[in-house]
Design a protein around this ligand. Sequence first.
Ligand code: KE4
Length: 427
Amino acid sequence: MTDSKRLFEAATRLIPGGVNSPVRAFRGVGGEPFFVARGEGARIWDVDGRSYLDFLGSWGPLILGHAPKVVVEAISEAARRGTSYGAPTPLEVEMAEAITAAYSSIELVRLVSSGTEAAMSAIRVARGATGRPLLVKFDGCYHGHADSLLVKAGSGGATFSIPDSAGVPAPLAALTLTAPFNDLDAVRALFRARGDAIAAVIVEPVAGNMGVVAPLPGFLEGLREITHAHGALLIFDEVITGFRVAYGGAQALYGVRPDLTCLGKIIGGGLPVGAYGGARQLMAQVAPLGSVYQAGTLSGNPLAVAAGLATLRELSQENVYATLDARGAGLERGLREGARKASIALTVNRVGSMLTAFFCDGPVTDYASAKRADTVRYARYFHAMCERGVFLAPSQFEAAFVSLAHTEADVELAALAAADALASLPR
Ligand code: KE4
């Protein structure tokens, strides 16, 4: 019995599904998860000594790779002074300066401890600011596990949603409307029907949670126009894309200015940090300034903020995003070439250093087209890549991430492994 198997058996006796977040249980690809012993640079090692080139990167935060020296030193140095105070610290001011300097749409920003908290708080600000109850989200987009966000499209043409999780009361789910990603006509229809009650539209400006799906030309601009026209707010959930697709996030890349922005993942450098922010007059509603309440024992935690700041300092260097894009392009080329040689239908969607290989013919522009992907074939590919020492997301509907720790040789090695894995798949 491997150590991973022994640990998984122990874990399943004590933790739901043996994991502290569902997707880690490999339910999307079958088999049992390996347990990680350590990570360094572009690699992780499991408890049985096997090493993997890691393209999951902890679901996005590890844009510098594992245990980067600057981050480990920043955490250690902060920890020697103490781990938490429940009182303001200088580093929180520095993080607020870094975020507001990088995102001109953010004049006031509040740190929290997860992307879920960031999204749920931004939604509360939007509802507080507009006095309206309804929210619009997109099928296939994920914004954390707050009740209002665990919904799916209602039956037929209904404009209301139904719960997508037990424990979410139907009346609460009905306050969230859904539309297909990249479908402005569907959004216009929702606003024609319920526009005067819609507080906000929340969107991943580049979707990562249905697999990577980029906004079609004009989609984000259209959301900006529609929300302006109806007095609703536009929330960009940049928990993945923030500091990933550009230092200024997707709003810099596509030149569309949201009213509120959610951040997370990278700004914690692998430790728990989320953030939400926007224009001063909007965020001035947040307690203790205003009447929208939000709080957190460990918000702005000094170790997490130190890790995040060390990460952002590296990302602010010259040519970082050109390097990330080149590495992403190299992996994309390798995947396309491997699929061509193996005569396998593969659609690769990529924005910079985040990408997904969908096992279907293209194009994949929304959740309905993403769901055409052959998840059985993806599962076989996932395990074939693990056997070849490459760790990907254990779900077809997630992203692979390339970090600054991945060298050209690492990308070449992954591309060769992919070509071999694709060729090994049953026809
Ligand atoms: P967290 O609460 O997991 O820190 O963030 C929620 C969240 C919000 N917004 C976006 C765009 C996100 O992608 C996420 C979380 N992403 C998932 C996977 N794509 C985290 C992995 C997990 O759930 O274990």
